[in-house]
Design a protein around this ligand. Structure first.
Ligand SMILES: *[C@@H]1O[C@H](CO)[C@@H](O)[C@H](O)[C@H]1NC(C)=O
Ligand SMILES: *[C@@H]1O[C@H](CO)[C@@H](O)[C@H](O)[C@H]1NC(C)=O
Length: 396
């Protein structure tokens, strides 16, 4: 809508500009009539006005894109579970954005290590979505980070052959999220238990850097009952993982959750209601699954419940914002917030998914290579395994 207006305005501007240049040809005439001066003034005024209008409207677009969701400390994301009822009505992409080929000269063979890793650390990702979001959000996960997982599943309550989805026999809406989570992990356990090593749940507005997830997980044993994510303090003794930033269960954690937890009323909440992330956190604790520290060796976080901007820019959030009370580990604002091997961000609108894909997987400062290190998390040592120069991955 706005775009159409802009195009029209641009056409008007270009026609008013051509008026001006048409008028300019008269400047060199010895006599410039009153009509000429009048037309020139009208041309300039109109040109300027239209230019201004276009600038304002596109800046407005930009502002909405960049600042969204600007209200870190208030507005619609102050309730950490409200987002699923909110429609992100900006950042919608029409049609296909297209892609770069991943073996272009600038990127050729840079993903050798990532591809080796993808064969060794197999990650299944399932994305929580809903019928209204198949087209609006889930489609863009499929067009960006989703296919970098070894197995990608979209969990919904309706069939959609385009994505495709798994149609779970559950209701939709916030008070069905826990039901959906149990149903989704049960489905994954029944059909994919032997086909992956790690099992990640993400939302349809979560952006995941899958290679960094594998890099972190490579240090762990999936036969141990452990799970990973952005760790929050309240409600559960060992804390629980934020639902929006996504969380990852080991094979043993998945088995315990589905086999020992879900059917047992003393371990897991039996109805479908309740905050999905808190409920799974309680349940996993009761079946002996350990909540892990996902910070890197410098103590910087890797899973994030907001877009990068909100963590990177100091003072973005109100000191009373729930996040500061929830977060398990000290979480500095500014560049110190975020690991160079960050794994996930939340509330990423579709537009931003493509922007992040471009910035992370394509844009390269010429002459800067990425050395592959083997780096443990907090408390672990650091050891370089292979000083080759590789960077990232294409899609597998
Ligand atoms: C989705 O499709 C499958 C297979 O065709 C079918 O068994 C199932 O009942 C469908 N589910 C819904 C919710 O329409
Ligand atoms: C992984 O953990 C399981 C269960 O604790 C153990 O039996 C196995 O030896 C471990 N594997 C490695 C490679 O450490």
């Amino acid at each position: 809508m706005l775009k159409e207006q802009n195009v029209k305005l641009l056409k008007k501007i270009s026609s008013s500009f051509s008026d001006v240049s048409w008028n300019k040809s008269f400047v060199y005439r010895p006599v410039a009539g009153r009509t000429f001066i009048f037309t020139l003034c009208v041309g300039i005024v109109f040109g300027f006005t239209f230019g201004y209008v276009v600038l304002i409207s596109s800046t407005e677009d930009l502002r909405r894109l960049v600042l969204f969701p600007a209200s870190f400390g208030g507005g619609h994301i102050s309730d950490r579970h409200s987002h699923l009822d909110q429609d992100i009505d900006i950042g919608n992409v029409d049609g296909s954005v297209g892609a770069h080929s991943h073996d272009e000269e600038f990127h050729k063979d840079e993903d050798i290590v990532a591809r080796e890793m993808a064969a060794k650390v197999r990650v299944l990702c399932w994305v929580m979505t809903s019928p209204t979001n198949h087209e609006k959000k889930a489609r863009h996960v499929k067009a960006t980070w989703g296919p970098r997982c070894n197995i990608l599943l979209f969990m919904s309550s309706a069939n959609d052959t385009n994505l495709p989805t798994v149609a779970l026999p559950v209701g939709e809406g916030r008070n069905h999220l826990w039901e959906k989570t149990k149903s989704a992990f049960s489905y994954v356990f029944a059909h994919y238990y032997h086909q992956a090593d790690w099992f990640m749940k993400a939302d349809d507005d979560t952006y995941v850097i899958v290679e960094n997830l594998r890099y972190m997980l490579a240090d762990y044993n999936t036969s141990e009952p452990i799970y990973f994510g952005c760790r929050f303090k309240p409600y559960v003794k060992q804390g629980y993982m934020s639902g929006g930033a996504g969380y990852v269960l080991s094979k043993e954690a998945l088995r315990r959750f589905v086999v020992e937890g879900i059917p047992d009323g003393t371990k897991c909440r039996q109805d479908g209601d309740g905050a999905e992330d808190v409920e799974i956190g309680k349940c996993l604790e009761r079946v002996g699954v350990q909540a892990m520290d996902t910070r890197d060796s410098l103590g910087r976080g890797r899973f994030f419940p907001f877009v990068p901007e909100h963590h990177l820019i100091p003072g973005h959030s109100d000191p009373n914002f729930w996040y500061w009370k929830f977060i398990y580990y000290p979480s500095p604002e500014g560049m110190q917030c975020c690991s160079d091997s960050a794994i996930s961000f939340h509330y990423v609108p579709p537009n931003m998914m493509y922007v992040m894909d471009y910035l992370i997987y394509h844009l390269r400062p010429y002459g800067i290579n990425h050395m592959v290190h083997h780096q443990h998390g907090v408390g672990g040592g650091e050891q370089r395994i292979n000083p080759t120069t590789i960077v990232e991955s294409g899609k597998y």
